[in-house]
Design a binder for this molecule. Structure first.
Ligand code: ZN
Length: 172
């Protein structure tokens, strides 16, 4: 028989009452705690060109579904004109982002961008770059280990079509 035991056990193996050998598998062994892995795509079809969507509750639902209690969750946009980022769920801040991003990379004139040969989303690529592709959040005791005001957002910069974000959860 194989007995799973904490690493503070004194004996690596011993005879059992029925004459068999009991092997002790230490806690640090990789096969003692097989890692769980979970993958899901979140789909969006934002009716406007730009928007910020709070997806924290959707990530919490994914975490519940995964059954992972200790680990990490990665959330990334699967498009090069959208972001996933963490910040405050405050409409004033989101307005400030909009103004700031438009100053950095105004949508118009679209002809000002070399990328806009046959498309008009060069500004969306630049906005996505500065707002980030992904976030990684620790999972502790089955919960997202976020700071008090931290919320997870999908940032759309070239909407009006179906797009998605990837949720990958690993842990035990
Ligand atoms: Zn493009």
């Amino acid at each position: 028989m194989i007995t799973l035991r904490n690493a503070d056990s004194q004996f690596p193996g011993r005879l059992t009452a029925n004459g068999g050998v009991e092997l002790v598998v230490f806690r640090s062994s990789w096969y003692y705690c097989p890692m769980k892995s979970f993958r899901k795509e979140l789909w969006f079809n934002i009716p406007t060109r730009r928007a910020f969507v709070n997806i924290t509750s959707q990530i919490q639902d994914c975490l519940k579904e995964s059954g992972v209690a200790e680990g990490l969750v990665l959330v990334n946009a699967m498009h090069i004109t959208a972001s996933v980022f963490i910040n405050d769920d405050d409409p004033g801040l989101h307005h400030d982002y909009e103004v700031w991003l438009e100053k950095l990379a105004p949508h118009e004139p679209v002809s000002a961008y070399h990328h806009n040969h046959g498309e008009d989303n060069a500004d969306a690529h630049l906005k996505r770059q500065i707002m980030g592709r992904e976030v990684v959040v620790a999972i502790t005791e089955g919960k997202l280990d976020l700071g008090p005001w931290e919320q997870i957002f999908y940032g759309e910069f070239d909407g009006r079509r179906k797009k998605r974000a990837l949720v990958k959860i690993i842990g035990e």
